[in-house]
Design a protein around this ligand. Structure first.
Ligand code: DX5
Length: 228
């Protein structure tokens, strides 16, 4: 995977939930690379969103990839459901599962790509022993649970350390950031080492058309990557 080509992922948290099908079609037409479904259980995070049936209902509307970002306690019990719903990537939180090595292995056995997410307070060391099982590492740049929060620039050291570790070991891992990603922050996250950028508010709100916002974000990410 060429880490110098930024991928733009849309979080549908700010979307009109009564119109999710047309919303994901609009995002695909505007050039977004993937959809992130923010799954929240009201326990791991103080918010509640949607389950696999909602994702499955929207699978046929677009051909682009789906990733399930599981902000849930004990993700193991439902892993096959997200794959059946049409998600090619399943992201669990390192803080939400007791046996991360087993959970990542099961996701791969189910034929999906395995992702692991780190809350802001969790060090990279929490996953260095299982990076060989990981296809995507998600460094949260906000405390998970809500959209529209302030980007945490303090996470750039962790993004940089992850970039160094991945490159040093020659691992084929997408390095994603999520939370407060917008025109004024995406460049810094890209410069620090990220190559996948999940945005919600900055895609759904802001100047110009959705296409304009996608182009502007992608341009700022490319500039950030080129300035490394
Ligand atoms: C927060 C979610 C994010 C959020 C991003 O827990 O994981 O995906 O929706 O929204 P913005 O881009 O508005 O911070």
């Amino acid at each position: 995977m060429d880490t110098r080509v930024p991928r733009l992922v849309a979080s549908v948290l700010p979307a009109d939930f009564s119109e999710l099908g047309p919303e994901v079609r609009r995002l695909e037409k505007a050039g977004v690379d993937r959809i992130q479904w923010d799954v929240m259980d009201g326990r791991f995070v103080p918010n509640l969103t949607f389950g696999p049936d909602v994702i499955a209902a929207n699978r046929g509307h677009v051909s682009m990839g789906f990733e399930a970002h599981l902000m849930v306690e004990d993700p193991d019990s439902m892993l096959p459901r997200w794959v059946d719903a049409g998600c090619e990537i399943i992201i669990v939180h390192a803080e939400g599962t007791r046996h991360l090595h087993r959970t990542l292995s099961v996701i791969s056995e189910l034929g999906a790509r395995a992702g692991v997410a780190l809350n802001p307070s969790t060090p990279l060391e929490a996953v260095t022993n299982v990076l060989h099982l990981v296809d995507l590492l998600l460094v949260m740049t906000v405390n998970p649970g809500f959209g529209g929060q302030q980007y945490l620039a303090a996470m750039e050291d962790k993004i940089g350390a992850a970039r160094t570790e991945i490159d040093k070991r020659g691992l084929d891992i997408e390095l994603e950031v999520d939370g407060g990603i917008a025109g004024g922050t995406i460049g810094a996250a890209a410069r620090a080492g990220a190559d996948v950028f999940c945005a919600g508010s900055a895609l759904f709100n802001g100047p110009g058309t959705l296409e304009d916002r996608v182009t502007a974000l992608r341009g700022a990410a490319i500039a950030g990557i080129e300035s490394r």
